[in-house]
Design a protein around this ligand. Sequence first.
Ligand code: ZN
Ligand code: ZN
Length: 209
Amino acid sequence: MLLVKCLVVPPLDANCYIVAAEGAREAAVIDPGGAGEGIRDSVAQADLVVAAILLTHGHFDHMTAAVELAISSGAPVYAHPADAGMLARPQAQMPGVVDDSVPGVKEMRPVEEGDEIEVGDLRMTVLETPGHSPGCVCYLTEGAIFTGDTLFAGGIGRTDLPGGDFEQLRASLRDKILPLPDDTKLYPGHGLPSTIGEERRTNPWLADL
Ligand SMILES: [Zn+2]
Ligand SMILES: [Zn+2]
């Protein structure tokens, strides 16, 4: 069984997930946006420790607490190298939004398609899903997928930001996401959770893939 806790973090209401195998102490924190304090409190309240920090992509709304959490926990930060430039300088993505004191991610463990990241009893498989940004990945674990801004309940990620590519996003959805079983739980980077089956039936962006 999977334990999933969702925190909605500022400034763009991104979903930060704390994920652990039930009964285990080691947790993965996926997309720590906002500040680290609330995330740390939540991890401690659940009697967990941060063992890995997983980033779905380099946009600032998903990563501003990554370095702070890495320092306080000693956990490595995993991300795709294609978004390394964005991660290193989050302030450059949207001037005036990210405080100058927020450290960019400069040290990370690069992930690529098929990588398996072990977090306690949990195994996270990396799917490369470029399109929303060049370095977008999804993390697949037992019966659940964390899609960042690649796929939402009822929507898909925008592709008008630097490095975005609509056709590439469509190919990622068709080749990596749609083959998953219908009962796979979907935990997106913004908004409510869903399932792959529900999105297959109702998400208009998937209809012609
Ligand atoms: Zn994004
Ligand atoms: Zn986002």
